[in-house]
Design a protein around this ligand. Sequence first.
Ligand SMILES: C=CC1=C(C)c2cc3[nH]c(cc4nc(cc5[nH]c(cc1n2)c(C)c5CCC(=O)O)C(CCC(=O)O)=C4C)c(C)c3C=C
Ligand SMILES: [Fe+2]
Length: 344
Amino acid sequence: MKKGILLVNLGSPDSPDPKDVKKYLGEFLMDERVIDIPLVARTALVKGIILNTRPKQSAAAYKKIWWDEGSPLIVLSERLQNKIQQQVEQPVALAMRYGSMTIKKGLQELVDKGVEEVLLFPLYPQFAMATTETITVLAEELRQEFFPNLKIESVPAFYNKPDYIEVLSNSIKGHLEGKNYEHLLFSYHGVPERHIRKSDVTKSHCKIDGSCCVTPSKAHEFCYRHQCLEVTRLVAEKLQLQEGTYSTSFQSRLGFDPWLQPYTDRTIERLGKQGIKNMAIVTPAFVSDCLETLEEIAMEGEEIFHEVGGKSFTTIPCLNDDQEFVDLLSNWINNWVKKPEIAG
Ligand SMILES: C=CC1=C(C)c2cc3[nH]c(cc4nc(cc5[nH]c(cc1n2)c(C)c5CCC(=O)O)C(CCC(=O)O)=C4C)c(C)c3C=C
Ligand SMILES: [Fe+2]
């Protein structure tokens, strides 16, 4: 059976024009795994409220980070794809969950090359229903409707794989070499607390308190909060970071529901007010630099830090097309290619 690989990232608008941003946000926020409320309420909230104000504001932010070649997230994902393709014999396609580079087109591209078995690779280290799950569910729906003979196997969240932790730690270490910093903040994209409870397979474990994420449970396989805290813990262990010199926070909240805490903006402010003058920040929920890292962290975050007396603010880039990361993903893919075909 001929095999192929489909890498999938989040997506971006076609341009930073408010019209394109509105179209993109409309698709993104109407996803029931992103804003997980009943359709009528979601439509009223997204189309009646958010899409009337947010596109203009988001478009201005996108304009600040847009590259000549296009959206950083898309360009960086394409660079990753091209580098992986150099190390993998089978066709490697790229798609986005939202926007023009659809998963349907990605699957079609592979099928047109004769592929019968696909490795679906969501580019997210941690599981979330708003990221990994929405990709795998949509791919399965598309398979049933348009590609019934295709076999699809999905790559699960890889947050605690030792070789991933090593690559991430090496990248952090490399970018901090020679830098004078007193605190390293691990900032992950936030999700509403409700998402964590919904993904709890035990239906009772996730209390979102000080202990549930460190108490062993089957729930952790699908717990975004546990997986983020684990990345911080494993990297801190690998880099031998001293207790008190690093912490975890969650960024990019939207709306009024409680989201995972502590919030990144408030944490940066607190660190500055506590007298930290030099801080560094890493964003391990994102494989590719994007609006949320280049604008919200590197621009807004730095501004907050300076306002409260901070001096140097070092933003560590995402793994992007870092050669060690390319080698890691290519190695996982080549191991999958060598495996016998999946059943049925
Ligand atoms: C309810 C809203 C949102 C949830 C839940 C959410 C989860 C989530 N998102 C990412 C990764 C990215 N999000 C990005 C942008 C972005 N996210 C939301 C909302 C939710 N995200 C919005 C409205 C936007 C658009 C920008 C804005 O208006 O602020 C991006 C950047 C895309 C780009 O083009 O650069 C990424 C990447 C994760 C990992 C996640 C859950 C774990
Ligand atoms: Fe997001």
